[in-house]
Design a protein around this ligand. Structure first.
Ligand SMILES: Cc1cc2nc3c(=O)[nH]c(=O)nc-3n(C[C@H](O)[C@H](O)[C@H](O)COP(=O)(O)OP(=O)(O)OC[C@H]3O[C@@H](n4cnc5c(N)ncnc54)[C@H](O)[C@@H]3O)c2cc1C
Ligand code: FES
Length: 253
């Protein structure tokens, strides 16, 4: 099989997790070549550009996607029915480099940044502490899935209506040997700083508006630190060089 491919994938299940978040599982052979942290470009009828959605979970012949309705494209996807098919280009991008699965690691996710962490966290099982943050109790998702994988869970909400009252960045355990994160940029920036202070590696998954999704259109540029030129930075592409980057590479300024 190629590195990535296009397939028509039948929808096996669809659930509504919150007011605007949907959980869809499709049957596809693309699952065999997918890695945690990679994403798919999903065709939406009537739209020129596919919509990028992270792979949340990888089964033997299934892929799971958890997405929030943001605009017309994701709204249309949310109206798909079981038995219909999605045309999917996947798996795309550079996912998480998991390394030694016996290390004690932390997964940190904010809001809709939580789904891309599930498959990687599942592979670490009880070695993983998963710290997730949401606006309030009604926005909480995927806790049972991380629990089923044996992960230790720390739930936080901005208003204290579920779990701990506070920010995910306040709850990083002392014995954490590596961080994997996805969520809002200020959260990622704070985690990158904490990782640097602790001297531990930190991989972060970034989001940018995308067009082609395969490195051809230069539509998803992000700033990366480099010593290759005097300016000290260069453009990278979230779809091809990422979406997962070593936090030390990313120029947050
Ligand atoms: C690599 C990658 C992985 C992603 N994974 C997920 C996921 O697992 N679950 C999920 O819910 N969403 C994910 N997204 C975001 C998702 O692609 C966008 O929400 C979606 O494309 C919006 O399409 P739309 O037609 O519904 O909205 P549009 O009408 O295109 O836009 C509606 C609003 O969403 C904003 N928006 C659109 N695209 C993006 C983007 N890429 N990043 C941030 N804001 C955007 C627009 O600025 C606008 O405010 C991911 C994005 C990328 C790049
Ligand atoms: S979306 Fe085209 S280069 Fe990344």
């Amino acid at each position: 099989m190629k590195k990535y491919d296009v397939q028509s994938c039948q929808i096996l299940s669809k659930k509504q997790l919150t007011e605007d978040i949907y959980d869809v599982v499709v049957r596809t052979e693309l699952a065999r070549i997918a890695q945690p942290g990679q994403f798919a470009q999903i065709y939406v009828e009537g739209k020129t550009l596919r919509r990028p959605i992270s792979i949340c979970e990888i089964g033997e012949d299934t892929l799971r996607f958890v997405f929030q309705v943001r605009g017309d494209g994701t709204d249309r996807l949310s109206h798909s029915q079981v038995g219909e098919s999605w045309n999917i280009l996947a798996p795309l991008g550079h996912g998480f480099s998991l390394g030694d699965l016996s290390r004690k690691v932390c997964f940190v996710g904010g809001g809709i940044g939580v789904p891309p962490l599930l498959e990687a966290a599942r592979r670490f099982g009880s070695q993983a502490t998963v710290i997730t943050g949401f606006r309030n109790k009604d926005a909480v998702i995927l806790q049972e899935d991380f629990q089923k994988a044996g992960c230790r869970l720390i739930l936080t909400t901005d208003d204290g209506s579920a779990g701990e009252h506070g920010l995910v960045t306040q709850f990083l355990p002392e014995d954490c040997q590596a961080i994997f994160a996805c969520g809002p940029t200020p959260m990622l920036k704070a985690l990158a700083a904490q990782a640097e202070k602790k001297g531990i590696p930190c991989q972060i998954s970034l989001e940018e508006r995308m067009a082609c999704g395969v490195g051809a259109c230069l539509g998803c540029a992000c700033k990366l630190k480099t010593q290759e030129n005097p300016a000290g930075w260069k453009y990278g592409h979230v779809c091809k060089d990422g979406p997962v980057f070593d936090s030390r590479e990313v120029d947050f300024e």
